[in-house]
Design a protein around this ligand. Structure first.
Ligand code: IMP
Length: 416
């Protein structure tokens, strides 16, 4: 019985929150390894929707332990507000939520800096200070949670901000934030090592997606962390041998928020239809998401980067209304065929998608739970994806609800 990683195989918003919540039943610890409160993981339980930004999505089930690893960047106010919000909704985390003492802290100047940088060069970030915090981490001038909870930290911060009045409110909050956060802080690498020694099962929760990964994504239009499975080991302080299986999560189509090239983007009525049917607006920022057909060149690349053992395809029902469904199998640049995802933005903007077209199923797949119940045309579309990627589908999600999920035989292999 191994450990499992659930990673975004596209540009984020694939529906990882629901999947992590669902599979967490089979695991003891759910661990976030990167990103920050730029994430918005939605979990729907009995018709009620909860959006999580930092708290691991599998923590809704009593007794599950959550870890926010050293690879995550933490804005103390955002974390405490989220804990309070969830406690008000009836969930408690005392004794089962752990924050790494080595995680870096997002401070007010990270947000200010991002505002300035976005004015100069638009990436379309979530404006949460994520990038500047990771910059300071790499530049060796950041602060860790271990620094933040020390009583002399306030003095250090006063030196950083001088008399900057914009920081006054935050500085006045620091003592209270410090006391509230302290009880959650621990050496998470040691905690995980002990859990592994006791035979506990770990579930690794990725945020954003592989195509936004700082190394492997559509650079520079990416986030600043290692979203792909490779980030798990460094982001949690565990050896790579403890990542046993990887599940890549992809929508049955594609979305992206923010700037950057997107070869299969639909800037037409079809794109609007997908946006409307899929409610494709940012969970945190409310921004309309860019929509398009599934891009198998990108997804194949993503499967490769993550070493994905299986796929979860989400939001299949959004395609129910389509007469025909297209899927991109290669690109063309002039008369040249491109089958590998290009590294440079300049190449990617020139890529024209080459599509394979499938007849739509034009029937309702919303909330279906049985493989046999899927329309034949939907199954054909899904079989093509499996064949093209040489990767089995383990699950299909047909609504935001936990149980509206179709399981394939590959699911059992994934859990073994
Ligand atoms: P940042 O993570 O705020 O620095 O934003 C960098 C890029 O990643 C922007 O294009 C964002 O829209 C995108 N991004 C960040 N977080 C998410 C997410 O949770 N879902 C989808 N896109 C995201």
């Amino acid at each position: 019985m191994g450990n499992l990683a659930v990673v975004g195989a596209q540009w984020g918003d694939e529906g990882k929150g629901k999947i992590v919540d669902l599979v967490s039943l089979h695991y003891d610890i759910v661990a976030r390894y990167q990103g920050g409160h730029n994430a918005g993981h939605t979990v729907v339980i009995e018709g009620k929707s909860y959006i999580l930004q930092l708290i691991p999505s599998g923590m809704f089930r009593g007794g599950k332990v959550g870890v926010i690893g050293n690879g995550v960047v933490i804005e103390p106010n955002a974390l405490l507000q989220e804990i309070r919000r969830m406690e008000a909704a009836g969930f408690t985390f005392d004794g089962r939520l752990h924050i790494s003492d080595r995680a870096n802290v997002i401070l007010p100047h990270h947000r200010w800096r991002e505002e300035e940088e976005e004015k100069k060069r638009k990436i379309g970030t979530t404006m949460r200070g994520i990038g500047p915090c990771y910059e300071d981490k790499a530049g060796r001038r950041g602060f860790r949670i271990a620094d933040f909870i020390r009583s002399e930290f306030e003095e250090r911060l006063r030196t950083v901000y001088g008399g900057d009045s914009r920081a006054a409110e935050f500085l006045s909050q620091v003592p209270e934030l410090r006391e509230k956060i302290r009880s959650y802080v621990c050496n998470c690498s040691a905690l995980l090592a002990e859990a592994i020694g006791q035979g506990k099962r770990l579930l690794f929760e990725g945020a954003q997606g592989t195509m936004l990964d700082i190394d492997h994504g559509t650079y520079p239009f990416v986030t600043s962390s290692s979203c792909a499975a490779g980030g798990i080991s460094t982001g949690l302080g565990i050896g790579p041998k403890h990542v046993h299986k990887v599940l890549g999560v992809s929508k049955a189509y594609l979305t992206r928020v923010g700037e950057g090239p997107l070869p299969t983007e639909l800037n037409d009525e079809l794109g609007q239809l997908i946006r409307q049917r899929g409610k494709e607006f940012g969970a945190i920022t409310g921004r309309p998401r860019r929509c398009g057909w599934l891009d198998l060149v990108a997804l194949k690349y993503s499967v490769q980067i993550n070493g994905a053992d299986a796929l979860c395809i989400t939001k299949l029902d959004i395609l129910d209304a389509m007469d025909e469904i297209r899927v991109c199998t290669e690109y063309e640049i002039g008369n040249q065929t491109v089958t590998h995802f290009p590294a440079s933005t300049e190449d990617l903007v020139r890529c024209k998608p080459v599509y394979r077209t499938f007849p739509g199923w034009k029937s309702n797949t919303f909330a279906l739970r049985k493989l046999e119940a899927l329309p034949a045309n939907a199954r054909r579309y899904l079989e093509f994806i499996e064949e093209f990627l040489q990767t089995p589908i383990a699950m299909i999600s047909t609504s935001p609800e936990r149980d509206d999920t179709v399981f394939y035989p590959a699911f059992d292999v994934l859990l073994s």
